[in-house]
Design a protein. Structure first.
Length: 415
């Protein structure tokens, strides 16, 4: 090969190497993501991608009034990995400037859901025809109908034209911020919050709902509902209680330093105590944690100590503590979170760790303990901001209860 030929080859090698090293830039702006929850059903959700001051990507996922901010992106060639902000889930796949294809994966739960996103301002659901009914109001609803696992829920919706927002409350919490449409006699609602993959489809009339609830690819439940403005769920303060023969609540679990912590620890001395049974994978627990963090900021001088007991899906103790650390750092949680269990969040196994309770029905559950060490009450579940008036009522009752337990002047929290 002559000198000119060698030079041309060298230039081609350099040019090719430069091309290989060029990073594909995701197009900024609106995107529409979809999760495949069954062979015939796709769950849509909207998000926006922008760049921060450091040049990294920021993804904001929208569910009604909720905005989930995601800022951990990893690239390798045409491969992409997007890690959720609190939860262990991540989106892994390949990408171009205007498309991402892969899986939403939760290793601890051994679950994955096919994922695809395309860039552009697209509708969450297509409203092909005007709504035949207005869903605004309260709906008495039952899930897992005609099975031993049937349970009640309270549908709370607000509709404007084709567009509808709302949630389903259950006796242990709520199904988060749902958003979608009514097109003709069909209701379509969805939410993706970094953990939950929820799709609700139903045929509707002025007075009835009949449909299916898809939770990722791992669960499908039939549900039915009837309009009932007077419907109420059971009181959340009476579902979990101390078993007969027990007059105290207690625990002993390790912190991140390996130290076993129980209610005899000096941090609890002469204080009322709130014990939060929770998991870092649980979105209702995250809502509750944010409320508690805000409350503590507004009431730093109360004789009150919070402590979390985490029941984790993570397969190893190390991974479980990593999840706890991530939650504490991201949400600036000032109170200790102990590791009660890892490898599963099974409620029956959790109950074995806390045998004084009749059952652990829900994550979260909060035990209120007064300064004398007596259980003041036990609250099951958490109705978060998506439940509207119910969340307002919870906050008012919470403040009254803490005031009773501490005899202090409780200030309103912002959450």
């Amino acid at each position: 090969m002559n000198k000119i030929g060698a030079a041309i080859v060298g230039l081609l090698v350099i040019f090719t190497s430069c091309k290989k090293e060029e990073k594909i830039e995701l197009k900024k702006g609106h995107w529409l993501g979809t999760m495949e929850v069954s062979e015939s059903q796709q769950l849509p959700f909207e998000f926006i991608i922008n760049q921060n001051e450091e040049g990294g990507y920021v993804m904001q996922v929208y569910n009604a009034e909720e905005v989930v901010t995601i800022d951990e992106f990893t690239f390798n060639g045409d491969s992409i990995d997007i890690r959720m902000p609190i939860f262990e889930g991540h989106i892994a796949g390949t990408y171009t400037a205007t498309e991402i294809t892969g899986q939403f994966i939760e290793e601890g739960k051994e679950r994955s859901v096919p994922f695809r996103a395309v860039q552009g301002k697209l509708d969450r659901f297509e409203a092909k025809e005007p709504a035949a009914v207005n869903l605004s109001g309260i709906w008495e609803t039952y899930f897992h109908i005609n099975t031993a696992d049937e349970y009640p829920a309270k549908g709370i919706f607000m509709q404007n034209g084709n567009n509808v927002k709302g949630t389903f409350r259950t006796k242990t919490g709520d199904y988060r911020y749902l958003e979608g449409v009514v097109t003709g006699d069909s209701m379509k609602l969805s939410a993706f919050d970094g953990s939950h993959v929820f799709l609700f489809l139903a045929q509707v009339t002025d007075s009835t709902l009949n449909g299916k609830f898809y939770s990722g690819k791992h669960a499908v439940q039939e549900f039915m509902g009837a309009r009932n403005e007077a419907f109420e769920l059971p009181d959340s303060d009476g579902l979990t209680y101390l078993r007969e023969g027990y007059d105290k609540f207690d625990f002993s679990f390790p912190n991140s330093d390996g130290k076993m912590v129980d209610l005899d620890d000096p941090m609890f001395e002469d204080k009322a105590v709130l014990v939060q049974i929770m998991g870092t994978w649980c979105t209702n627990c995250l809502d509750e944690t944010r409320f508690y963090v805000d409350f503590i900021k507004n009431n730093p001088d109360l004789d009150l100590q919070f402590v979390g007991l985490a029941f984790e899906y993570a397969k190893t103790e190390e991974k479980a503590f990593e999840g706890i650390k991530r939650l504490k750092e991201r949400e600036e949680v000032p109170y200790p979170i102990l590791l009660a269990q890892y490898g599963t969040s099974n409620k029956q196994k959790a109950n074995e760790k806390l045998p004084m309770l009749n059952h652990i029905l829900s994550y979260p559950t909060t035990i209120y303990i007064d300064k004398a060490g007596e259980v003041h009450k036990i609250h099951t579940g958490f109705n978060g901001p998506a439940t509207g008036q119910k969340f307002v009522e919870f906050k008012e009752e919470f403040h009254r209860t803490i005031d009773e337990m501490t005899k202090g002047e409780v200030l309103e929290s912002e959450g």
